[in-house]
Design a protein around this ligand. Structure first.
Ligand code: ZN
Length: 134
């Protein structure tokens, strides 16, 4: 018996025809384990559920709630920077119910904070969200 938490490894369903599977290395971690199924994001970069979850989690931890592709454009040192929708991330990162909750709460909190920061310039009470009907 080990004390290590048995975290269920996330995998893609190979029969999922809505995903585009690729055999090239993961564009986030550069991992090229041939036994891991990788899928292509809308911008064309390859990810695994693990690498995508870890990357997006790290973005949220940094206060960034927009999910931008960290991969380099092929043959350049420029970042892809494609904006992924949460729906896409949720699907391709195979987020668990707990992770979805964490992501959604973090995104909502960060978006609200940004909204307040922006609004405070014009002296609007940001706590009253639906204060448009004057
Ligand atoms: Zn990309």
């Amino acid at each position: 018996m080990t004390t290590q938490q048995q975290e269920q490894e996330k995998r893609y369903d190979p029969g999922d025809s809505t995903l585009k599977f690729v055999t090239r290395p993961d564009d986030i971690t550069l991992d090229d384990d041939p036994d891991t199924l990788r899928a292509e994001m809308s911008c064309g970069h390859a990810v695994t559920p693990q690498s995508l979850t870890a990357w997006c989690r790290s973005l949220l931890d940094q206060g960034q709630y927009k999910f931008l592709c960290p991969a380099l454009k092929e043959g350049t040192v420029k970042k892809c920077g494609a904006l992924w929708s949460y729906q896409e991330v949720r699907k391709l990162a195979v987020l668990t119910a707990d992770e979805q909750k964490h992501f959604e709460e973090a995104m909502a909190a960060l978006a609200a904070a940004e909204f307040c920061e922006y609004k405070s310039v014009s002296n609007v009470m940001c706590k009253k969200k639906n204060h448009i009907n004057l």
